[in-house]
Design a protein around this ligand. Structure first.
Ligand code: GLU
Length: 457
């Protein structure tokens, strides 16, 4: 059987790093098992779902390095769900209910005061034909609940009914169906809640492994019962811990916090996002992993912790720097061209500056400094000015080798007696206009003798 996974967000906003964790867990699982990855948009909520968000999510996934084998939209599959509804009705496990939210609320309160679990009491199952006719005459439309298989003979007398599964992440899991209300699958207006379309699609699309956040553990109990009611074997389930900020706050699509889009705009590399999103909250160390296949090697769903994975967004910047500092020119080349950095000096330039970059988009700043000189002419004391003029007069003749900086500064030391910061800082300022930056030994050959002399104050 081909391993088939799916990532199933509702397109109601941009995805954040927590959603990326789910997407990547699925992607890496598929990679490891030579399986298929389906991008499924859970867009049955027509009012809140937007095509622009589905498109943006696909864009974000591509940017991260996830390329779905297929893309599906639930909003285009209502006839499939309608057919499943008819089957459930025919099997007598989908029943009409007419309560308003207020009535349900009141009933829950009554059950609580009687010491009963606050679940739906299945009162709708005992409605007479007259009562139903009255509701219809009043203009009430039914919503539809799935009758959970948690009773022996009388649905009004639920009994402890354990659903078990061996979770890819959490190991042995159990949900007692008697502790749950029969879930509403179809609303009054005929629209679908998430539960049924998800199961129907998982069956029809041959999903073998459902990997998602642990906020769905209870749903899994219900969904396994639904798979069985539809005559299908349930897939394997895996529920990973959710990401929270250091203060324990959850992430939300709506707030836009830590959205993949905002991280991209901040200049964070996709593999920095992927490394953190996958490795945090697992027994693996968080490290800057450079390729998806290397990340797949480190990925083991069973090594994921069961408690929430707190993370510090600043870690992303640390990982980003590490990735850039080691990024080979071949990998940076095309992106540098887009930033206007090309030609026969581009590689030496990259190797000289990459160790100083927080983000790749900072590279043009150094390119400009090298080609055009300091943005603003630095101001020097008379003392430094005298020193610098003398120093520039000692610049070695061409041809320059790799050791030219060494030769030059040795000459300056000898002639002026300056050393350490007193020697290097005025030179750095004169050459780059900035008090810190890449090694001057690497920059000097890139400026060339003529370019260097042009910086003589
Ligand atoms: N649309 C659901 C969500 O975003 C999908 C859950 C699932 O993977 O089944 O939470």
């Amino acid at each position: 059987m081909t391993v088939t996974v799916r990532f199933a967000p509702s397109p109601t906003g941009r995805i954040h790093i927590g959603n990326a964790r789910t997407a990547l867990f699925n992607w890496l699982f598929a990679m490891k098992n030579k399986g298929r990855f389906i991008q499924r948009f859970d867009d049955t909520d027509i009012a809140r779902s937007k095509q622009e968000f589905s498109d943006a999510i696909l864009y974000d996934l591509h940017w991260l390095g996830i390329f779905p084998d297929a893309t599906e939209y639930q909003s285009r599959r209502f006839d499939v769900y309608d057919a499943a509804v008819e089957r459930l009705k025919a099997a007598g496990v989908l029943y009409a209910c007419y309560e308003t939210p207020e009535e349900l609320d009141l009933r829950r309160k009554v059950r609580r005061t009687r010491g009963l679990p606050p679940v739906y009491g299945r009162e709708a199952l005992t409605l007479t034909q007259e009562q139903v006719a009255e509701y219809h005459a009043d203009g009430r439309r039914p919503h539809w609940r799935f009758l959970l298989p948690n009773f022996a003979g009388d649905p009004q007398q639920p009994e402890r009914t354990e659903i078990h599964w061996d979770d890819l992440v959490r190991g042995e899991e159990t949900v007692d169906l008697a502790s749950l209300s029969d879930p509403v699958l179809v609303r009054e207006d005929g629209t679908y809640l998430y539960t049924l379309p998800s199961v129907v699609d998982d069956i029809e699309m041959g999903v073998s492994h459902v990997i998602r956040g642990d906020d769905h553990v209870t749903n899994t109990g219900v969904q396994i019962a639904l798979f069985q009611a539809l005559g299908a074997a349930p897939p394997v389930f895996g529920h990973h811990n959710l990401l929270t900020t250091a203060s324990g706050e959850g992430l939300s699509k709506r707030s836009g916090a830590l959205s993949i889009e905002s991280l991209r705009e901040d200049g964070i590399e996709p593999m920095a996002v992927a490394s953190l999103a996958v490795l945090v909250g697992t027994s693996e160390n968080v490290a800057a992993v450079t390729t998806m296949s290397e990340l797949a090697e480190r990925f083991d769903p069973a090594a994921t912790s069961k408690s929430a994975a707190k993370f510090d967004p600043d870690e992303l910047f640390v990982l980003n720097r590490t990735l850039l500092h080691h990024m080979p020119f071949a990998e940076a080349r095309d992106r540098l061209i887009v930033l206007g950095i090309s030609g026969d000096r581009a590689e030496a330039f990259w190797l000289a500056v990459r160790g100083n970059l927080d983000k790749l988009a900072d590279a043009p700043k150094w390119w400009r400094v090298l080609r055009e000189g300091p943005g603003e002419a630095p101001e020097f004391s008379d003392d430094d000015l005298g020193f610098l003029r003398q120093a520039f007069d000692l610049l070695p003749e061409e041809p320059w080798g790799a050791t030219v900086w060494r030769e030059w500064t040795d000459r300056i030391k000898e002639a002026t007696g300056r050393k350490g910061k007193a020697l290097f800082m005025p030179l750095r300022l004169a050459l780059t206009g900035l008090p810190s930056g890449p090694e001057l030994a690497d920059l000097l050959p890139l400026m060339g003798r003529e370019g260097t002399l042009a910086r003589r104050p």
